[in-house]
Design a protein around this ligand. Structure first.
Ligand code: PEP
Ligand code: MN
Length: 363
């Protein structure tokens, strides 16, 4: 084949490309018009019967060299792209996305506006065991000016024979201590039917890792006026995490915080693998405050301080860790909760590290 011949064929191909381009856009304009008519008549935009007819019609007229299956695949892509054109541009962006809402959301928990640029902490025992136990931890926290008190009353345990929590009694203990010491309660709720009950006792409804895709729970938590802390699922991708968050916000509750708590990997040196880069990714992709739970992600007391430093340095809005007066006798997570000496060492090290951002800045 001569050089001239190749150029000639390429010229023809360029023209065909332009023809195709014109035809595809002509088709898109028609689809948009059809979409408008459908909207006026209140008809659903996607019509599978009509799509099937169009594909059959194409198959009837195909004389090759493309196989019918290949052509149908190509046309389906065109159909899909056209259908997307009918949708408003921003309906494609999630409510939790930065694209949709560029400013940071702040979550107001009894005057602590999490997400405002100041970095905060959530401390407390894994599980509420008694009034005295919670009170002792709360008093220790107050020495460091910490007001966000956590504690599990409903514990989603791996084994049904493990301590399941004190339930309502546990919520009452948390509220009593919080009222006495002017603190705010963060506690996990595991079933939609307890959300209403929780409203009287907690300041933040925690949704645990094991329930990240309990969609009924997400929807119920999204329908109340109470801040929610959503933890990342054990094996959830960031995309799944963001969609779980969307469930809550789409029901009307935008007082939502996210918590990276480690994910399951092949690594056994830590209980889970702290996905530290999830923090800046979640901050970029969403407008929600992001917390890091250093206790459940590492499961190791010797790693609490370095991972907390990493979380602060990378821009987490808050850090969560478990504290217990006597971890050795704790009814859950006894190996990884800090005792008071360890807690004081941990807090003092962080306070003197210069890493905790105090300024209220909107990035
Ligand atoms: C908790 O914070 O008490 C807890 C059970 O954590 P996770 O859901 O992240 O395992
Ligand atoms: Mn725990």
């Amino acid at each position: 084949m001569s050089h001239d011949q190749l150029d000639e064929l390429r010229d023809q191909l360029d023209k065909v490309n332009l023809d195709l381009l014109e035809q595809i856009n002509k088709r898109a304009r028609l689809v948009k018009e059809i979409g408008e008519v459908k909207r006026q008549q209140g008809i659903a935009r996607f019509d599978p019967v009509r799509e099937r007819k169009m594909l059959d019609h194409i198959a009837e007229h195909n004389s090759g060299p493309f196989e019918t299956g290949t052509l149908q695949h190509l046309f389906k892509q065109i159909f899909k792209a056209s259908l997307e054109l009918q949708e408003e541009d921003n309906s494609k962006a999630l409510l939790v996305s930065r694209k949709r809402h560029p400013e940071n959301t702040t979550v107001n928990v009894k005057g602590e506006t999490i997400g405002d640029g100041k970095q905060r902490f959530v401390f407390g025992p894994c599980a509420v065991e008694s009034y005295e136990q919670v009170l002792a931890v709360a008093k220790e926290m107050k020495k460091h000016g910490q007001r966000l008190l956590r504690g599990g009353a409903f514990k989603p345990r791996t084994s049904p024979y493990d301590f399941q929590g004190l339930g309502l009694e546990g919520l009452k203990i948390l509220k009593r201590v919080a009222d006495e010491l002017d603190m705010a309660v963060v506690s996990e709720i595991v079933t939609p039917k307890d959300i209403e009950l929780a409203l009287d006792y907690v300041d933040v409804i925690q949704i645990g890792a094991r329930n990240m895709q309990n969609f009924e729970l997400l929807k119920t938590a999204g329908s109340v006026k109470k801040p929610v802390l959503l933890k990342r699922g054990l094996s959830a991708t960031i995309e799944e995490f963001i969609h779980a968050a969307e469930y809550v916000v789409s029901k009307g509750n935008d007082q939502l915080m996210l918590c990276e708590r480690g994910i399951r990997t092949y690594e056994k040196a830590t209980r889970n693998t702290l996905d530290i880069s999830a923090v800046p990714i979640l901050k970029q992709e969403t407008h929600l405050p992001v917390m890091v739970d250093v206790t459940h992600s590492t499961g190791r007391k010797d790693l609490l301080l370095p991972t907390a430093k990493a979380a602060l340095a990378i821009g987490a809005d808050a850090v969560m860790a478990e504290v217990h007066p006597d971890p050795a006798v704790a009814l859950s997570d006894s190996a990884q909760q800090m005792n008071f000496d360890e807690f004081n060492t941990f807090m003092t090290a962080l306070e003197s590290s210069g890493l905790i951002k105090q300024a209220v800045t909107q990035s």
